[in-house]
Design a protein around this ligand. Structure first.
Ligand code: NAD
Ligand code: DAU
Length: 340
């Protein structure tokens, strides 16, 4: 198979590419990413010389470029490309609408024109909104997004499903809970906490710290997406989650303990506006229909992740200092299509 992975220089996309190259020898993967602040080709250094992997710097909203890439025998598109951070969407919603909504629609159009045989839209549990203390999100839960980020992702889901209904496009959607693991940009809670603690800094905890998130190790998500790609049914949505609900305060206390740091480094700060209280994913459909289940317990995943950030200080220090962006400016021109 030849896959076009968009947003492959980001956290989940790069972990997915590494997973696929390891588990599907012979598959060709093209990574299309326009290298926003969140894109980091250093995530993919280990495969940069692999003849089955290539990188193209470009925008999913560039119909001509996407059309040219799809002309080269691409079988499936897996769309990870997005603006993904909720706090940024509150500060500056426009780029979220542009990439997550318009970009997805343009990508869908190109894939329709080229009769691509599989289009996987990577979505999020945040499209369902916020839960009370009871229940979990199923694929039939009504969409009720509350942030500009989740509203843009819900819009993309609706457009993708409309392309399936109207144009019979082979669209499938995954909705995943909070991912964590190696190569996550240190603006998200866990990598921010771990790297701050390694630097002896405080960890900001929003509001009362009682918001609940449902955590999944990124490789388990990659395995589920692989199954959706190969075995999923067109027009269907698949929830992916590992049943690891935790309040933020409880999660941070575990991290602090595992790292041998004092709890006093956890600092309560002003809450996020419109902060969703609780997410919890019911992954039964994905488990029953595709035979998937998560492999990594929260305890083991956290230990692996902390260990990775301890051993890869250079990676996150270059991200935190902004050094990684200088590398791109030198090696990739704004319009260039240099391959890695
Ligand atoms: P990320 O922010 O780490 O990476 C996003 C990538 O997309 C970056 O490499 C960026 O350069 C690229 N990109 C952004 N705009 C682009 C454009 N217009 N054209 C081409 N590339 C572009 O995000 P992530 O955490 O890896 O999330 C990947 C996908 O998974 C997103 O669609 C997100 O909504 C979804 N998701 C994330 C999580 C999570 O916990 N991180 C959970 C559920 C779903
Ligand atoms: O649920 C899936 C979503 O998970 C994805 O769709 C998003 O792309 C991804 O960013 C993530 O969104 P969250 O808003 O849940 O993740 P974040 O890491 O920003 O925050 C996790 C929780 O921790 C949330 O309740 C807010 C809180 N938080 C976050 C940060 C950055 C803090 O208390 N302090 C912080 O500094």
């Amino acid at each position: 198979m030849k896959l076009l992975v968009t947003g492959g220089a980001g956290f989940i996309g790069s972990n997915f590419i590494l997973y696929m190259l390891e588990h599907h020898q012979g598959y060709d993967i093209i990574n299309l990413d326009n290298l926003t602040y969140a894109g980091n080709l250093e995530n993919l250094t280990s495969v940069s010389g692999n003849k089955h992997y290539s990188f193209i710097k470009g925008d999913i909203a560039d119909a001509r470029l996407v059309g040219d890439i799809l002309n080269n025998g691409v079988d499936a598109v897996i769309n990870f490309a997005a603006e993904s951070h909720v706090d940024r969407s509150i500060l500056e919603p426009a780029s979220f609408i542009r990439t997550n909504v318009l970009g997805t629609q343009i990508l869908l159009d190109s894939a329709k024109e080229k009769h691509i045989s599989r289009f996987i839209q990577i979505s999020t549990d945040e499209v369902y909104g916020s839960l009370g203390t009871e229940g979990r999100f199923t694929e039939t839960t009504c969409l009720h997004p509350n942030s500009p980020y989740s509203a843009s992702k819900a819009s993309a889901d609706m457009i993708a499903l409309a392309y399936h209904e109207t144009f019979h496009m082979p669209v499938l959607i995954t909705r995943t809970s909070n991912n964590y693991g190696p190569y996550q940009f240190p603006e998200k809670l866990l990598p921010l906490a771990i790297t701050n603690l390694l630097e002896g800094k405080h960890v900001p905890l929003y509001g009362d710290g009682l918001n609940v998130r449902d955590w999944i190790f990124v490789t388990d998500n990659a395995e589920a997406i692989d199954l959706v790609l190969h075995k999923g049914r067109e027009g269907e949505v698949y929830n992916i989650g590992a049943g690891n609900e935790s309040t933020n305060i409880s999660l941070l206390k575990t991290v602090v303990k595992l790292m041998g740091k004092p709890e006093s480094l956890i600092t309560y700060v002003k809450d996020r506006p419109g902060h969703d209280k609780r997410y919890a994913i019911d992954p039964s459909k994905t488990m029953n229909m595709l035979g998937w289940s998560s492999r990594t317990s929260l305890d083991r995943g956290l230990k692996t992740t902390i260990d990775w950030y301890e051993k890869n200080r250079e990676w996150w220090q270059r991200v935190k200092s902004g050094e990684y962006m200088k590398y791109y400016k030198k090696n990739y021109s704004a319009k260039g299509l240099k391959t890695q």
